[in-house]
Ligand binder design. Structure first.
Ligand code: 5GP
Ligand code: ZN
Length: 117
């Protein structure tokens, strides 16, 4: 269900611009506005769910995760490696309440550092 106040719902609907790197009927992937790495892409389902622990249908969740590889290919980081993060809730500093997976790469990262910002 579309949340009219949700910025990522608006990106999914095309109501506000984003630099899209992949899109299909279920998901859209776009470049983060404030990239933390040379490659920093966000993958979202077009339907609104609050976070990765929300009641996301299995097919949508699988599609979301399958898109990680698609984005890695599109961004040229499948071979060099990348990291995915789904910040969830206050302790993890989730700042947009529409589930999203960060795909980070393009340079070496700290070993096991769980922080993104
Ligand atoms: P979170 O902190 O919730 O895990 O990540 C939210 C991410 O969304 C942040 O990295 C932030 O830079 C990004 N972001 C917030 N608003 C926008 C926007 O309007 N467009 C794009 N492309 N990214 C956004
Ligand atoms: Zn939303």
């Amino acid at each position: 269900m579309k949340d009219n106040d949700c910025i990522f719902c608006k990106i999914a609907a095309g109501d506000i611009p984003a630099t899209k790197v992949y899109e299909d009927d279920v998901v859209v992937a776009f470049k983060d506005l404030n990239p933390m790495m040379p490659v920093h892409t966000l993958i979202i389902p077009k339907e609104h769910y609050d976070n990765i622990a929300d009641d996301i249908p299995d097919a949508t969740l699988a599609h979301l995760m399958r898109t990680v590889g698609t984005v890695a290919d599109a961004q040229g980081v499948r071979e060099t490696g990348f990291r995915i993060i789904a910040n969830t809730g206050a302790d993890a500093c989730q700042s947009v309440g529409h589930v999203h997976i960060h795909v980070l790469g393009g340079a070496p990262m700290n070993d096991g550092d769980p922080s993104l910002s």
